[in-house]
Design a protein around this ligand. Sequence first.
Ligand code: SF4
Length: 383
Amino acid sequence: MRSLARPLFLKDHTERLLCPLPLGIDTYRGCAGGCAYCSLNGLRTEIKCGGEVSPNSVRYIEKFFYRHKTSMERQLIDQRCPVQLGVSSDPLQPAEREHRVTLRVLKILADFEYPTVITTKFPDQLIEADHLRELDAMPLVVQCSISSVDEALLGRIEPGAPSLAQRLEALRVLADAGAHVQLRLWPFASDLCGDVARLLAMVKDTGVRTVLANPLKVYHAGGIRESINKAIGRDYLAATSLRYENHGLFDVPCHKDLSRELSQLRDLCRQFGLNLLNCDDCTGRNWQSCCGVDGLPDFENIAKWAYFVNGYRITQYTDFETYMRGHDCPWHDEFNQEWNKGKLSESIPELIFHKEDKTYSRLERCAEIPEKAESSKADILEL
Ligand code: SF4
């Protein structure tokens, strides 16, 4: 795991395989959001949610934009690979009112008219005059997390974050100012979210066209199960109709239940003309960018080598060279090693790895050629 002391960073090895936004910035260490489910407390990181929040060094970030000549981070910046602001802690949390670190970083990004994705529960901070002024020249996507339309419940599971009405109003202002706004149903639990259709109608009105949804994971460590139970007033895992199962560090709905939930959500989104994306390894990827920024003007240079973005290239017995053709990927050799180990099929359930020739096929395509499917299934068992 990366050191959280580095406020501008390349995402770790596994994320680089799958995430088209490999460049991240955290302007604060720690978060005061106090969300009941926050994974910060469940991970073995040096910072915690609800603990001390300290501002990160703007100088450290500046040096990659203004001084570094040769680092990988600088190469990605030169390629105008979009940066994600707010990977491990919220960049617009209350500490921003005092320290203004995110505002100073926005000034740097605005200076470069740099494509930026901001992930936050505090979009209201972004519409204050000094922040809004900086957004003028920036290609910007704002991903706003909202986990429930039930305002009372929302106040208990995300006690430090602004109300639903404040977040929606901020999204409206940001969309009017030219930002691409997205809803992050993250975490998504249909039995906590309330009237999802109502929420989708409300965000559609603000300008949202893309919804990102990932399931509620209940981490084993950090007292997260207890804090969720306390916030909602019942034992969630015991009461939910979803079948949760152990997934290493956390419990997550079983594949069948999660697939059903997401497919119902996708149908509902379609009724509102919204596109649903998810990037959860438990349910598989969508064969497109899960951040929903590819295709937007000025965001063309997302990392198209990330496996699932160009996953459509994987058909039957697709080899590495075919997959990577035309990609200027800085991690070509690293990816090649992962590819040859069959790692991709571990992350994406519908892929199978043929170890004899180091190629991949999609499961449904293999089903069309039974003799190949049999050999491939054997491969999976041996992995
Ligand atoms: S806003 Fe995000 S980082 Fe902060 S406590 Fe909530 S979930 Fe954790």
